[in-house]
Structures are given as structure tokens and as C-alpha cells.
Design a protein around this ligand. Structure first.
Ligand code: PMP
Length: 501
């Protein structure tokens, strides 16, 4: 038996049943550089998973390796709790230099345990302490992590028993599967009004919350960019009611969406930002950054042994500085837009591609069952854009708040989203792997093929990724469901756990 098979066999015999990526991606990486991973069997892959969106500069970028070596060679302590060090000082200076000025000017930084979920816990605790209130507003489809508090404010909280007494979920606007059946600006406006009404109706059953947590682009939820107008409305609504707004930029940060921080697209200034993944330059690091007036914590209110990872801070400083100096946010915006255009053409070609969406280099392609009912006349309509529920976030209608169009169920027809196809998404992922391309799956039904390439990806590499993906979609489209898959598909409304931990 080869090295690869032996390692994989021992992994499945010895590691937890909860393992995720390892199931869909049976590879044994031994070397990696930039976009490329090499397996123990010598096979090479283009990696568009990038450590679940962590590797802004790809694997083992020279500036990251150099920063790590410098710390090692300097004899600095590798473990420093939350003590002051020159390495940390440089990291905080670089980080604050990138943050929205309205927050950076008055920011406090709390280093957390090394995972994103710990920073989410810290943020929730912070706003609860600062406001003396308990409730949290969150959104359908959200993903904030796997510890209990973070899970309670996520869409997969149903996996917990006795969960979420203090959590209220609001609709997250989306075009393809708009909860109001209208999509576009109208759907976003209805979502904002729903939030307002929950807060202002004295009998909504929702007391004034301690905070609202939002992803500017839902990642695990299926790559759903929040419309800028909606995010600005959310900012107004929360500010007017003194509700701290927490932006979870764990996945969207550090240039990923085409702005250094995704909140910059809408121009809002959050009260709290939760940051992890790319800020550690591929090593574990998480922080919560918040405005100074929220800093009411007692000493030790949020602690943890591993808050002082010097290697991660050095790697993070190098990464943040590289993204800033080389304009990689702008690069992500431009290349991401081109890739989306290309993928939308693929969507026109294949009926099993239901929707293509994204922002910057955070891209999703939702797979659907092609032979299911496509058009249901008179079921869902929009007074704004005929059939505009599919894939278009930019109708630019500039709707005044009073002009929310009411759906006309019988007088208009629109394309109804076809049922999500987790089996086709899994088939695309498998076919990609055969062609040397690693992609992620996500979305409510695990039916969204996700691309999170490094921001350093070249045009030629992007073309190779798109070619392999197109071939994989064509191959997957030829596969018919097995009897078992057909059964699963008919019960598909059940929960699908996200891959990311
Ligand atoms: N928030 C968001 C938006 C995330 O995407 C993730 C991870 N995918 C987390 C929080 C949790 O981060 P971690 O897995 O490091 O705990």
C-alpha cells in the first residue's frame, strides 16, 4: 500500500467522525506554494480552498516565511500570553492602519484565543457587558463558529439542544432565494423593514438586544453578499437604537471581497469587528476590535492562554502590509468581477448552475436540479425587475423607502429557483479534484461550489481554474442521480452542516 493510502486509512481509523474536508478531499499534502499543493503521491492541485479563506497570499508566501524566520532567529519568546512585545506592537500598528478610520481612531484591541469562534464569543460577551442586555440579533444562514455562543447565533444552531433563548434571527437579504420572493433592492428593503418592526413593535416578543452580528458577505451560508444599501440601513437602524453592530469579518477581511474590509463597500463603521483567518498570515490568530466607549470590561473578563502567538502576529503583519502595499484588494475586485462574468456564462450554458454570485475573490456557484420545475407562472413576481430574482444584485433602482413594490402573485411570473442540488455540488467537487482543482462546498444545502483563491492568483492561474471548473461542471451535469441520491434529494429540506469548523 502506498504512503498516501496508508495515511488516509489510518486517518479514517483514528480521527473523529466529525472530520470534514478530509472526507471530500482524500489527499495528503506534503508541499505547498502559492496556489499549488503537492500530495504525497506527487499529484499537484490548484488550491481554491486556501485554508477556508485563510491564505490571502497563498501557501508559504516568501514574505510570510521571512517574517516567521526573523522571529525564530531573533530569539524572541514564541509564547507571550498577553504581554507587550515588539512583534505585537508592530502587528497592532499595522492592523489599526487598515481599519475604517471611524473605528481605528478610537479602537481597542482584545487578543482572543486563536480561533474565529473565540473572537465571536468575546464580541458577544463584550456587547452584553457594555449594554447590560442579553439578546442578540443575527441572521438566517449566518455562520459564526462552533463554540456554543457562536453556534447559537448561527444558522446551524438547530444542532444544539435548548439553544438560543436570547437570539433573534432576522432575514438576510438574497436574490436567488429571496425570503420575500422579490429579490434585488426591494427584497433588501423589506428585510430592513422587518428588522425595524421587530425592534419597534412593543409586542414583537423581542426585547431591546445587546447587539447585532452580521457577516458583510455570508460565506458558509452560500456566498451571499449583503447589498450595500441594506447594510447602511442596518447601521442606521442599530445606531438610532443604541444597539452595537458587530461585523464578523473573519472570512471577508484582508482584501478578500475587493476592499480591505468588506464593510468598506457600504461605507459603514461598525462598533465591533471580529477578525481572524487571514490576519494571522496562515497561523492561528483572532482579535476583536471595538470602539473605546464599549471598553467596560474588568481585567480578565476575556482571557486565554494562547493570545500571544508571536509567529502568527509576525506572519499577520507581513500579510496585512503586503496586501496593502500591493493593492491586492483592488486586484481581487477586478479579477473577481472577471471570474464572475466567466462563470455566469457557464451558468447560461448549464441548466444545473442555478446562480453565480460573489464579491471579489469570494465566489459561489449554486448547483440545482435541472430537470425539476423551472418556471411556475404567477407564483412569485416582482414589481421591480421582470424575472429579476435571479442573480442580479445591481438593478440600481435606487428605490425610495416608500416605494417598496408589492409582489403580484397572479399577474406576473418569474423564474423560481430550482431545488438546490447537494449531489451535483459534490459531483462538481469530485470532478474538480480529478482535474487537480480543490474547491470548497457551502450554502444552506451544501449545494454551493465555492472559490476562495489566494489574492495573489495570476490571470493564467485563474484561467486554468475556470477551465478545470467548466470541465468538472460538464462532467457532473452528465451524472444522473443514484436511487439513494434521488431519495435524499426529495428529503432535501433537512439540515446540512457546514464544512468549516
Ligand atoms: N465567522 C465566520 C464568518 C467564519 O467564516 C468562520 C469560519 N468559517 C468563523 C467565524 C469561525 O472561525 P473559526 O473556524 O476559526 O473558529
Amino acid at each position: 500500500m502506498g504512503v498516501t493510502e496508508g495515511i488516509l486509512r489510518r486517518q479514517s481509523a483514528r480521527e473523529s467522525a466529525a472530520r470534514t474536508y478530509a472526507r471530500a478531499l482524500p489527499i495528503v499534502p506534503v508541499r505547498a506554494r502559492g496556489l499549488t499543493i503537492e500530495g504525497a503521491d506527487g499529484r499537484r492541485y490548484l488550491d481554491c480552498l486556501s485554508g477556508a479563506g485563510t491564505l490571502a497570499l497563498g501557501h508559504n508566501h516568501p514574505v510570510v516565511l521571512e517574517a516567521i524566520r526573523d522571529v525564530l532567529d531573533s530569539g524572541a519568546p514564541l509564547h507571550a500570553l498577553d504581554l507587550a512585545t515588539p512583534v505585537k506592537d508592530a502587528f497592532v500598528t499595522e492592523l489599526l492602519g487598515t481599519l475604517p478610520p471611524g473605528l481605528a481612531g478610537r479602537a481597542r484591541v482584545q487578543f482572543c484565543g486563536p480561533a474565529g469562534t473565540d473572537a465571536v464569543e468575546a464580541a458577544l460577551k463584550l456587547v452584553r457587558t457594555a449594554t447590560g442586555r442579553a439578546g442578540i440579533l443575527t441572521f438566517t444562514g449566518a455562520y459564526h463558529g462552533m463554540t456554543r455562543g457562536a453556534q447559537e447565533v448561527s444558522g446551524h444552531a438547530t444542532d444544539l439542544t435548548g439553544h438560543g433563548a436570547d437570539v433573534t434571527r432576522l432575514p438576510y437579504p438574497q436574490d436567488y432565494r429571496c425570503p420575500f420572493g422579490v429579490g434585488g433592492e426591494a427584497g433588501a428593503e423589506l428585510a430592513a423593514r422587518w428588522a425595524e418592526s421587530v425592534l419597534d413593535d412593543p409586542k414583537s416578543g423581542v426585547p431591546r438586544p445587546a447587539g447585532l452580528i452580521v457577516e458583510p458577505v455570508q460565506g458558509e451560508g452560500g456566498v451571499i453578499p449583503a447589498p450595500d444599501t441594506w447594510l447602511r440601513r442596518v447601521r442606521e437602524i442599530t445606531a438610532a437604537r443604541s444597539i452595537p453592530l458587530i461585523a464578523d469579518e473573519v472570512q471577508t477581511g484582508v482584501g478578500r471581497t475587493g476592499a480591505f474590509w468588506a464593510v468598506e463597500h457600504s461605507g459603514i463603521t461598525p462598533d465591533v469587528m471580529v477578525l481572524s483567518k487571514a490576519i494571522g498570515g496562515s497561523l492561528p490568530l483572532a482579535v476583536v476590535v471595538y470602539r473605546d466607549d464599549l471598553d467596560v470590561w474588568q481585567p480578565g473578563a476575556h482571557a486565554g492562554t494562547f493570545r500571544g502567538n508571536q509567529l502568527a502576529m509576525a506572519a499577520g503583519t507581513a500579510t496585512l502590509a503586503y496586501v496593502r502595499r500591493h493593492g491586492l484588494s483592488e486586484r481581487a475586485a477586478a479579477l473577481g468581477a472577471r471570474m464572475l462574468t466567466h462563470l455566469r456564462r457557464l451558468g447560461d450554458e448549464f441548466a444545473c448552475v442555478g446562480d453565480v454570485r460573489g464579491r471579489g475573490l469570494m465566489i459561489g456557484m449554486e448547483m440545482v436540479e435541472p430537470e425539476a420545475d423551472v418556471v411556475e407562472g404567477g407564483v412569485v413576481g416582482s414589481g421591480v425587475v421582470e424575472g429579476g430574482v435571479v442573480g442580479d444584485t445591481s438593478d440600481g433602482g435606487g428605490l425610495a423607502p416608500d416605494a417598496v413594490p408589492v409582489p403580484h402573485p397572479r399577474t406576473e411570473s418569474a423564474r423560481r429557483p430550482r431545488p438546490a442540488s447537494p449531489r451535483l455540488a459534490a459531483a462538481v467537487q469530485r470532478e474538480c479534484l480529478h482535474r487537480g482543482l480543490i474547491v470548497e462546498l457551502g450554502g444552506r444545502h451544501a449545494s454551493v461550489v465555492r472559490l476562495l483563491p489566494p489574492l495573489t492568483i495570476t490571470d493564467e492561474q485563474a484561467a486554468a481554474v475556470l477551465d478545470r471548473l467548466a470541465d468538472a461542471v460538464a462532467a457532473a451535469a452528465r451524472t444522473a442521480p443514484t436511487a439513494q441520491e434521488r431519495d435524499q434529494y426529495s428529503e432535501q429540506r433537512g439540515a446540512h452542516s457546514p464544512q468549516t469548523g
